[in-house]
Design a protein around this ligand. Structure first.
Ligand SMILES: [Zn+2]
Length: 142
């Protein structure tokens, strides 16, 4: 899914009838009473979706009307230089709730990340309670 696909799917779901013409997309604006397609969308070279409502709606109003987080309009940053993830070690609290993970990459390096609560990850565990690894099956990361 590219950001453009995500936004177009959300526009479809909201009955905004996105139509392509000449590399651009036009759609009804979900953020104001729109009877003609006031919205133009283009995908930038870096994958970002650029949105303009000719009725004057702001990006925030538009994203809110579609129930999309601002991040949905941006391509995820490539994982430069870290290689691929080969293992993730979950650190949980006493109740089994995930606090953070230690992720192992190949070529070998480790990074720590915590859930952002929206299905993604924050690559920092600042402020997260540190606990000992306690999954006897695999042992701590080495
Ligand atoms: Zn609008």
């Amino acid at each position: 899914m590219t950001p453009l696909n995500t936004v177009l799917a959300a526009l479809e779901a909201h009955g905004c009838n996105p139509q392509e013409s000449g590399g651009q997309w036009a759609a009804l604006c979900p953020a104001h009473e729109d009877s003609m397609p006031s919205l133009s969308l283009t995908a930038a070279d870096d994958g970002r979706v650029l949105v303009k409502c000719h009725g004057g709606c702001s990006f925030e109003e538009f994203a809110r009307a579609l129930d999309l987080p601002a991040s949905a309009f941006f391509a995820p940053k490539p994982n430069k230089g870290l290689g691929r993830i080969v293992a993730a070690y979950s650190y949980t609290d006493e109740a089994g709730a995930l606090l953070f993970e230690v992720v192992r990459f190949e070529p070998k390096t480790f990074r720590q990340r915590r859930p952002d609560g929206k299905g993604g990850w924050v690559w920092s565990i600042k402020g997260v309670r540190q606990v000992l690894y306690h999954d006897g099956r695999t042992g701590p990361p080495r």
